[in-house]
Write a protein that binds this ligand. Sequence first.
Ligand SMILES: [Zn+2]
Length: 245
Amino acid sequence: MENVRHELIQMIRLQAIYDQIAQAITEQETPPADVLELEEENRRRQRELEELEERIEEIEEELREVRRKEEESKLELEHFQKQRAAVTNEREFTAVINEIDFATRALEEAEARRKELEGAEEEIRAEIQTRKEARPEEEASHREVVERWAARQQELKELIHTLAEQARTIEEGLHPANRSRFLRLLKSKQGRAMAPAIEGSCSLCHFALRPHVQQRVRRAEEIITCEHCHRILYLPELGEDGDEG
Ligand SMILES: [Zn+2]
């Protein structure tokens, strides 16, 4: 009889250890808000840099087009200036002057646009440079966040290892039938093999226990399982005076 009581107490402890392991695993898989923010910020910064690089490419494409037009206008202008020297009458002179005006305007427009684009490109390149240079400093302030999270991950890993060893020690001390029953339940019941009986019900599935089942759970002289969820039932007090060993 005392043996079953002892086994139950050990299983309650074992459950507490598995609860802690589950909690540690959840924490491992849940980066804190500052780490998530940092990751999001890095992604945003990268995206912004890429957008600036794309803008540079667009500008360069337009620049190639504008420089080509500028060259064409220059050639036209030279061509019409030569023609002007060879005109023989007023009509030809007027026509060639018109062509020269037209080519001059086209050249001026192309030049103005080229300068505008070159200025914009220079500004964006400076912006990219500034952002890239700002990174090491920013990363230093972020390194703390990253390192703290890495340290916490390591702590959790070690904690899980220690808890797993404690669990194994308790498991080795259990009667083999109880051990396999517990582990089977742990696996099939989402990590909860043990269910405290509270106010006459299984506290996990809320199934109302029949009075004689409650009685047997209270006596703790045998392993009683919930008729509905099949977890091993115990009174919370049993876990509390568990220090008797
Ligand atoms: Zn239940």
